[in-house]
Design a binder for this molecule. Structure first.
Ligand SMILES: NC(=O)c1ccc[n+]([C@@H]2O[C@H](COP(=O)([O-])OP(=O)(O)OC[C@H]3O[C@@H](n4cnc5c(N)ncnc54)[C@H](OP(=O)(O)O)[C@@H]3O)[C@@H](O)[C@H]2O)c1
Length: 314
């Protein structure tokens, strides 16, 4: 045991060439005296070696102050690293692991929770049985959002320019959740995008940065059942034409209320900070999209619980 208490250390394992400063800066801003170690271009084999060398030198007490943050654009490798290092650890040397690949888990959690908030706010109820379309839901953010909606028992369509990619996301989620909540649909034309959202009550646009997926006229023509439209692309052109970055429930068409990418981004930052704090308070555990969504949903529901009328609560 050192004379001083063990210093809090965050070890960033990033699959990218350069570790993202985003999450490192978020961590530094939460704790005044945290030490950061970062490893880049990390493979599954590298991760195993790094974890073994991080588990033992400070003993079980030090391990409680050593946190792992897995990051990177390579969604598949991030998950392989997680599986590998989960299997390396054993009591009493287990380290808490945060997983948020390029912000996907906290962004998806924030987006889904914000649409739940607006749905409750407008009296449309919770997400169960809602028809929801996730446009371009094949990226890390979109597939996580689709999984969260499905876990809320919504009926989800995931679109992609490729039927194979859309179906593969749908199959994976359905298998994991042991249900048939998600369906993959190929969209190449504006008409096909329109058809994919014509039954949706909630549309989440989850496309790549700087790609417009949903023109205003397409939403107007096909969005007859749509009540809420949200976008997570903050880089112009935005994902949904006519939906402002800072929109937070404003009507963009009669009876269609919007949530913009900056509104989701601001909430995402709070969710991530809370996720990091949670992992620091706990000696071990996996802090991934499930915990991120639990944090986001709790924050949303708390707002409503503090109100005098609670009849709308799920
Ligand atoms: N607000 C925040 O705090 C925050 C944080 C993280 C990410 N983001 C944003 O969230 C969005 C999604 O992130 P991500 O990493 O999941 O995205 P991504 O993997 O880069 O892209 C998502 C999907 O967009 C589709 N796509 C790509 N180029 C396209 C094009 N030219 N036309 C139509 N579709 C196209 C692709 O689907 P198919 O190839 O299958 O069609 C892709 O799987 C991005 O806009 C990102 O900037 C926001």
């Amino acid at each position: 045991m050192p004379e001083q208490p063990f210093k809090k250390v965050f070890i960033f394992l990033d699959t990218d060439k350069h570790a993202s400063p985003f999450d490192i800066l978020t961590t530094i801003d939460i704790f005044q005296d945290v030490l950061i170690l970062k490893y880049e271009n990390v493979t599954v084999e590298d991760a195993e070696k790094i974890i073994y060398d991080a588990m033992f030198p400070r003993g079980p007490e030090g391990a409680r102050q050593t946190k792992i943050f897995i990051n990177g654009r390579d969604f598949k490798r991030v998950n392989e690293i997680l599986e590998k290092i989960k299997n390396c650890m054993f009591p009493p040397f287990e380290l808490a692991i945060i997983v948020d690949p390029r912000g996907a888990y906290t962004t998806a959690s924030a987006a889904v929770a914000k649409t739940l908030e607006l749905s409750l706010e407008k009296g449309f109820g919770d997400l169960e049985n809602k028809a929801i379309t996730v446009l371009a839901g094949t990226g890390p953010v979109g597939q996580t959002a689709a999984r969260l909606y499905a876990s809320e028992k919504a009926k989800v369509i995931v679109t992609s320019r490729s039927l194979q990619r859309a179906s593969s996301v749908a199959t994976k989620i359905n298998e994991e959740l042991k249900g048939e909540m998600v369906r993959g649909v190929e969209v190449q034309t504006l008409e096909e995008i329109g058809k994919a959202l014509e039954n949706a009550e909630i549309v989440l646009s989850a496309g790549a940065a700087g790609v417009q997926l949903l023109p205003f006229d397409t939403l107007k023509e096909y969005g007859k059942n749509c009540k809420i439209v949200a976008d997570i692309n903050a880089i112009p052109p935005l994902g949904v034409e006519g939906l402002k970055l800072e929109a937070d429930g404003e009507e963009i068409l009669p009876n269609i209320f919007g949530i913009g990418a900056l509104t989701i981004g601001k909430f995402k930052n709070k969710v991530e900070a809370e996720l990091i704090k949670r992992a620091t308070e706990e000696p071990k555990g996996i802090f991934d999209y499930k915990i991120a969504y639990e944090i986001a949903k709790k924050a949303i529901l708390k707002k409503f619980e503090e109100r005098p009328e609670k009849h709308w609560l799920p």
